[in-house]
Design a protein around this ligand. Structure first.
Ligand code: GLY
Length: 320
């Protein structure tokens, strides 16, 4: 009698040549290293700073920290650090995190008066037994670690906030208040991958609101064997789908970085079939072989990529 065991034997035997022929073998997506990729074309100077580390054979984590610090200190960037728009009560509150090639991470949430939350997040990772510090505790830790208090509410932000108070209409505009993060992924010459994500969050948010950016697995995720992903856009939707973790898991399942990002934004639209035009979320992803990609819900999302071919702004494909 032809048993189930026989069937499995012949099936498996039959599969071997198929897998050698490449049909079952997962496709390998490769690029070059070193490489750095960041959300939004506003990250050109940030990428230059990161590249100054990577091009000298430096460490990916140093590169992403140095890179995103450029935007944290840029008063013209209204969605990150100094010059970031405040919450509806006039407080600039910052969220940031880092994750390294070992899968270690550090994060700060609702941090006030610190120019470089990303550096505080890195210190949480390296100098504490914890992964996340929030609010007053995060600030206390920053001060004890030697960071100086600074006023981050610029005159321009104050003016914009006063104007918002006239109507108090909370309706984040696509690709404006909504493009509220710099996320950066880097792979260095030695193959170490790291990421950073930093933001002042959604403009005019409720006091106490924390977005996706400092939440490991939502705003940023790195798997040392697979690669990393970062998110930008409406943080609440990224949190509800554990977006960056999803992207990395899709790469693990054999998808290209771009396909993985597309699946993650599709997941958001599946949850919001009647609000396709009202939400912007975008992801970028980089695998440990240097292949990268991105995808967004709406048009208008781009990334800055820097590698040995130079630096370029890459518009990303979109869903709606
Ligand atoms: N994506 C950043 C935030 O929603 O705060």
């Amino acid at each position: 009698m032809y048993s189930r065991k026989d069937f499995l034997k012949t099936s498996i035997a039959g599969l071997v040549p198929v897998s050698f022929s490449g049909i079952l073998k997962p496709k390998k997506f490769t690029g070059t290293k070193p490489v750095v990729i960041s959300t939004w074309k506003t990250a050109k100077n940030a990428n230059k700073a990161a590249w100054s580390v990577l091009s000298k054979g430096g460490y990916a984590l140093d590169a992403v920290e140095k890179g995103v610090k450029v935007e944290e200190a840029n008063p013209k960037n209204s969605t990150v650090g100094y010059g970031g728009r405040p919450d509806r009560d006039g407080n600039v509150t910052l969220d940031a995190c880092v994750m390294d090639e070992k899968g270690d991470c550090g994060s700060v949430m609702y941090l006030e008066n610190m120019m470089h939350p990303v550096s505080v997040a890195r210190k949480v990772m390296t100098d504490t037994p914890h992964s996340i510090l929030v609010g007053a505790g995060a600030k206390k830790f920053a001060l004890e670690s030697g960071f100086k208090e600074e006023d981050l509410l610029t005159e321009e932000s104050k003016k914009a906030w006063k104007k918002w108070l006239e109507k108090e209409d909370y309706n984040p505009e696509i690709n404006v208040e909504n493009h509220d993060t710099i996320g950066m992924l880097a792979l260095d010459e030695k193959g170490r991958i790291s990421g950073a994500c930093t933001t002042s969050g959604a403009a005019w948010k409720m006091n106490g609101r924390v977005g996706d950016s400092p939440i490991i697995g939502s705003g940023l995720f790195i798997d040392p064997k697979i690669g990393g992903a970062v998110a930008t856009g409406l943080g609440e939707e990224v949190i509800k789908t554990a977006g960056s973790h999803l992207v990395v898991e899709m790469m693990r399942a054999g998808h290209s970085p771009e396909e993985a990002c597309k699946i993650a934004v599709e997941r958001i639209i599946e949850r919001n079939p009647d609000n396709k035009k009202g939400i912007q979320v975008a992801y970028i992803a980089l695998n440990v072989d240097g292949a990268f990609g991105g995808y967004s819900i709406q048009d208008g999302f781009d990334a800055v990529v820097t590698n040995t071919d130079g630096q370029r702004v890459q518009p990303m494909n979109f869903l709606v």
